[in-house]
Design a protein around this ligand. Structure first.
Ligand SMILES: Cc1cc2nc3c(=O)[nH]c(=O)nc-3n(C[C@H](O)[C@H](O)[C@H](O)COP(=O)(O)OP(=O)(O)OC[C@H]3O[C@@H](n4cnc5c(N)ncnc54)[C@H](O)[C@@H]3O)c2cc1C
Length: 422
């Protein structure tokens, strides 16, 4: 094998990076352990800011042609009120949401990477990465172990990344507040021209519906973390899933006739990340580098952003150690912004009790003076304001406040602003 870049994992992050670099003539090998992708209950709704990232990376036409359904509206249902937003008219560059079945999207992108010249090896499991100059990847397949050497190894192996450990990165984990359960549903009567977001803040629950090509709906139910909750996983608990959705405000006639078209599985919502996801010949992208609470639907967009930024850094600078270090700084900035905004939104919209209700009352009274207090992360992602002034504006507090200070300078401001439990 003679590759400059070895990528561990052929999900969105690994496949998109392989596609992009191969098109520039950089020899790339992707190792993907699965021979066939199945429904793992993963992201199936790409937010408008992520669609713009996909445009800039160059994969948007491929997604739209092969697997995605553009959705022009975003409808919020809360406090018995419904408000629909036309995303094409109200977002920069007129981006819709793109919904797709995750496994199908992986297949499309990995196929495109191979067609662009990447050496894609399916059914090959990476069992170790040795960082260094040069870094090495050790794979296991039926013929035994094999060692591969390259200029750069990229860990794109998802939220339970092993490359993260092998590379010597230190993982951080925010406080867990929410849990997210998802299932693909057939036979729903959900209006299909919109993404639907339901929220019952007094109960600390939410539900999201992403219509898919072919008629199915990806549904997610969001609950606060409670010890007494068993995981909302497994086909026997589908009735309970539907119950949580209905209690959140989803009309019963939308989903009462629904049946599962895939597994039901629940996941922890806590953000996890490493600081500076490049060291010693190994870079991390996508969930391996950082995962944002799935309740906010930013993971796909963040992954595409990582890929675009890393590819640009590598293409602009022949010194890949320097390019990797630059990527790592930029990553911390964009993940930090999304982490801050979604942490505030979780506090505002999912906390329960008297104090939380008072906070909501104050914030919503302040917001009624116009849209600009609400960080529009659906449209803007990390470009939405996320400094201390933005936080005060959103919560209806005076600025500067006596609480947290603005520490937006530096590469990883989120680490200094929130206490993260390791
Ligand atoms: C319940 C849930 C709902 C979500 N909903 C949304 C949403 O609506 N919108 C959104 O934007 N994001 C959402 N996300 C997040 C989104 O799914 C992820 O951010 C995204 O899939 C990350 O892509 P990735 O390529 O980094 O990792 P993955 O998609 O996990 O890909 C990793 C790949 O690496 C392979 N691999 C792992 N280890 C090895 C190994 N040792 N050797 C070889 N191959 C290996 C795996 O087989 C896999 O194919 C959701 C996540 C969850 C859990």
């Amino acid at each position: 094998m003679n590759s400059d870049v070895l990528i561990v994992g052929g999900g969105l992050g690994g496949a998109a990076l392989a596609w992009r670099l191969s098109r520039e003539g950089i020899p790339v090998t992707v190792f993907e352990r699965e021979t066939e992708f199945r429904d793992r209950v993963r992201g199936e709704g790409l937010l408008p800011w992520g669609v713009n990232e996909a445009r800039d990376l160059g994969i948007e036409p491929l997604l739209v042609q092969e697997c995605a359904l553009p959705i022009a509206y975003w409808t919020s249902h809360a406090w018995s009120q419904r408000s629909s937003r036309n995303l094409i008219e109200s977002t920069p560059r007129g981006a819709p949401c793109l919904d797709f079945l995750h496994a199908e999207m992986q297949e499309v992108l990995l196929g495109a990477a191979a067609a662009a010249g990447a050496d894609v090896r399916r059914g090959v499991r990476v069992v170790r990465v040795d960082p260094g100059a040069p870094p090495r990847v050790i794979t296991a397949q039926s013929g035994g172990e094999e060692t591969h050497v390259a200029r750069l190894v990229v860990g794109a192996d998802g939220r339970t990344s092993k490359v993260r450990d092998w590379g010597g990165f230190e993982p951080w984990r925010a406080q867990q507040r929410l849990r997210v359960a998802g299932v693909l549903l057939e036979g729903c009567d959900v209006p299909r021209d919109s993404v639907h977001v339901f929220r019952n803040s007094s109960e600390g629950t939410g539900a999201l519906f992403f219509p898919q090509r072919g008629g199915a709906i990806r549904g997610y139910a969001i609950r606060r973390r409670r010890e007494r909750h068993g995981p909302l996983s497994g086909s026997k608990r589908i009735g309970e899933f539907i119950d949580v959705c209905c209690k959140t405000g989803v009309p019963a006639d939308w989903i009462n006739g629904a049946s599962p078209a895939g597994p039901l599985a629940e996941f922890e919502g806590a953000d996890t990340w490493v600081e500076r996801p490049y060291r010693n010949g190994v870079a991390l992208v996508g969930d391996a580098a950082s995962s944002n609470d799935p309740a906010w639907g930013n993971g796909l967009s963040l992954t595409i952003r990582d890929v675009r930024v890393l590819a640009e850094c590598l293409l602009e600078d022949d010194d890949w150690a320097r390019a990797g270090a630059r990527y790592a700084c930029l990553h911390d900035e964009h993940f930090g912004a999304v982490h801050r905004i979604t942490t505030w939104l979780t506090e505002l919209l999912y906390e329960i009790g008297d104090e939380a209700e008072a906070r909501r009352e104050r914030a919503f009274a302040a917001m009624s003076d116009g849209r600009s207090r609400n960080p529009d992360f659906v449209a803007l992602g990390p470009a939405a304001p996320s400094d201390e002034e933005a936080r005060c504006r959103m919560f209806g507090e005076s600025y500067p406040s006596d609480g947290l200070r603005n520490v937006s300078e530096g590469a990883s401001p989120y680490l200094r602003r929130y206490t993260a439990a390791k």
